[in-house]
Design a protein around this ligand. Sequence first.
Ligand SMILES: NC(=O)c1ccc[n+]([C@@H]2O[C@H](COP(=O)([O-])OP(=O)(O)OC[C@H]3O[C@@H](n4cnc5c(N)ncnc54)[C@H](OP(=O)(O)O)[C@@H]3O)[C@@H](O)[C@H]2O)c1
Length: 250
Amino acid sequence: MSAHYFNFALVTGASGGLGSSLVAEFLNDPAIDKVVAVSRSEKARVEYPANGIGDKLIWVKSDYSEAALDEVLSMLEPHAGKFSRVCICHGVLHSSTFWPEKRLEDISESALQAIFQANAVVPALWLKSLMKVLKGSNDCIVAALSARVGSIGDNHLGGWYAYRASKSALNMILKTAAIEYGRRAKNVKLIAFHPGTTDTELSKPFQAAVPKDKLFTSSFVAERLATIMDEAVVDGELSYLDWNGQAIDW
Ligand SMILES: NC(=O)c1ccc[n+]([C@@H]2O[C@H](COP(=O)([O-])OP(=O)(O)OC[C@H]3O[C@@H](n4cnc5c(N)ncnc54)[C@H](OP(=O)(O)O)[C@@H]3O)[C@@H](O)[C@H]2O)c1
């Protein structure tokens, strides 16, 4: 990575539906010089414009262990202070071995651990690791993909224990980090972002009940988040916002 570029964006969990659309959004933004995309995948799963692949996009494979994040961070450190946009996109709701719980009897230790790992632990490790790279004199907006179902006040339906609780945990980690970033890296603003139901692998099994006009494309949501990040004010607070920029009850 050459050191002369000025404005960097970072997307972690970059090969997911929303992650890959956010990478595309930043590749298309002329104000951003380099897009660093971190993923468990060897390479991007979608085709980006040739100039994106060849020039602007840096794809980094990582398993998100603490040791692997240290390696990513040593690669980013020469560019400390240059990141203006960070999107943390990790999330798991279902897999071949677990499914969102309908009742208490469905709770499983292994599913809870896998979901908390992806949805709360990995984002927490990023917030820890990135402090020294994001701190600087330029504004930096960090959005972590949360979900409205992580709101305790908004929980009227029940169910989905692990996913809901992991997103509430993520929100608390973000809130606590916002306080610390506000002291130690005053140029950084944190956002917990709810994308709305978006057509990705994560939501696929649950889309039948969603009205067509309420099921968003990932490129629409990426554009909405980019606009919200453009308009964000660095105020030392965590904002919990939906795709429309509306605040969500905690
Ligand atoms: N789609 C929706 O309707 C919806 C609604 C509300 C909130 N969200 C949230 O939006 C975010 C993105 O989800 P998506 O809809 O784009 O889903 P997706 O297409 O399934 O993408 C999942 C993402 O999670 C990462 N990931 C998966 N397993 C992981 C693990 N074990 N450890 C660390 N990272 C892991 C993947 O990163 P790699 O690149 O490394 O594979 C990928 O970026 C999630 O936080 C999700 O909870 C989505």
